[in-house]
Design a protein around this ligand. Structure first.
Ligand code: NAD
Length: 254
């Protein structure tokens, strides 16, 4: 079923979520566009400004590392000035009031946590842009400290152990840590309804989790502005703005 129009979407979503026992959210860059953070694939999105830097290129090329850091600093500024919007608040409310088990997010902006999401109920499948880590020993570093080093030395930062330091995002070609994959699988397997908010559902392997949800007959609900390759498999499609559809809805669903 495809629903459009904010009022109809809100009514259908509220009805559907009232009945379901176990809900899991699955979010993408589209949930944060109304906070002022561009998504990847919409016009004006990140791919219209930046090229892909593969993980293997980061490891062998200082030029690629410098390019990667410059965009990370730009994105960190963007994340810092953004505020969670009603869709992040909706997800946080649903989880805090026990109506949903957790959220699997592709986002690296930290806005779910800033909306009050308990940290132990979120899986950041593609890592986070809110800190950096050493690729050899795993030590954590503040992005601001890395920026100071970058500006003073005009070189990409290195850890005291000699390893390369990189923002803690999962780059293309980089493996997702096993513990994140396993936690996501556990959340999906517990879910009777999976609610996607703001994703083009084109990035693998993360969208394989939705195939898994369908294989155990979970209800799939997609809230997105544009069509996705999963629309045919979805039970409910709500077409429109994530923030408008979910605004203040969580409080009615306790
Ligand atoms: P995407 O750009 O491929 O797709 C975003 C989708 O959201 C589009 O289909 C668009 O129609 C929809 N959308 C945009 N604004 C919307 C709104 N206000 N309401 C409803 N729908 C809206 O993004 P994706 O599917 O998340 O792509 C995956 C990758 O993007 C991830 O790896 C993620 O790390 C990365 N990314 C993250 C951020 C972030 O953390 N905020 C920003 C850009 C990209």
């Amino acid at each position: 079923m495809v629903v459009s129009g904010v009022d109809d979407c809100r009514k259908v979503l509220a009805d559907r979520l009232k009945d379901e026992a176990a809900i899991c959210f699955f979010t993408g860059a589209g949930i944060s566009t109304e906070s002022g953070i561009p998504d990847f694939r919409s016009p004006g999105g990140i791919w219209s400004k930046y090229r892909i830097i593969e993980y293997s290129e980061f490891l062998v090329s200082e030029t690629a590392r410098l390019e990667d850091w410059e965009r990370r600093f730009h994105m960190a500024d963007c994340f810092e000035s953004a505020e969670p919007n009603p869709a992040h608040v909706f997800v946080a409310d649903m989880i805090r009031n026990g109506r949903a088990n957790g959220v699997i997010t592709q986002n690296i902006d930290g806005l779910h946590q800033r909306a009050g999401m308990p940290g132990n109920q979120i899986v950041e499948f593609h890592g986070t842009g809110t800190y950096a880590h050493c690729l050899s020993c795993g030590s954590h570093f503040e992005i601001t400290a890395m920026r100071r080093h970058f500006e003073e030395n005009e070189k990409s930062p290195r850890c005291t152990c000699g390893g390369y330091v990189k923002a803690a995002v999962i780059s293309f070609g980089e493996s997702v840590p096993d513990h994140l994959v396993q936690r996501s699988i556990d959340m999906i397997d517990e879910a009777e309804i999976v609610v996607v908010i703001g994703s083009s559902l084109q990035v693998w392997p993360v969208v394989g989790l939705l195939e898994r949800a369908k294989s155990h007959d979970a209800t799939l609900c997609i809230i997105n502005r544009d069509p996705t390759p999963f629309d045919e498999k979805a039970d409910l499609i709500l077409r429109g703005s994530a923030a408008e559809i979910t605004d203040n809805l969580g409080v009615f669903l306790v």
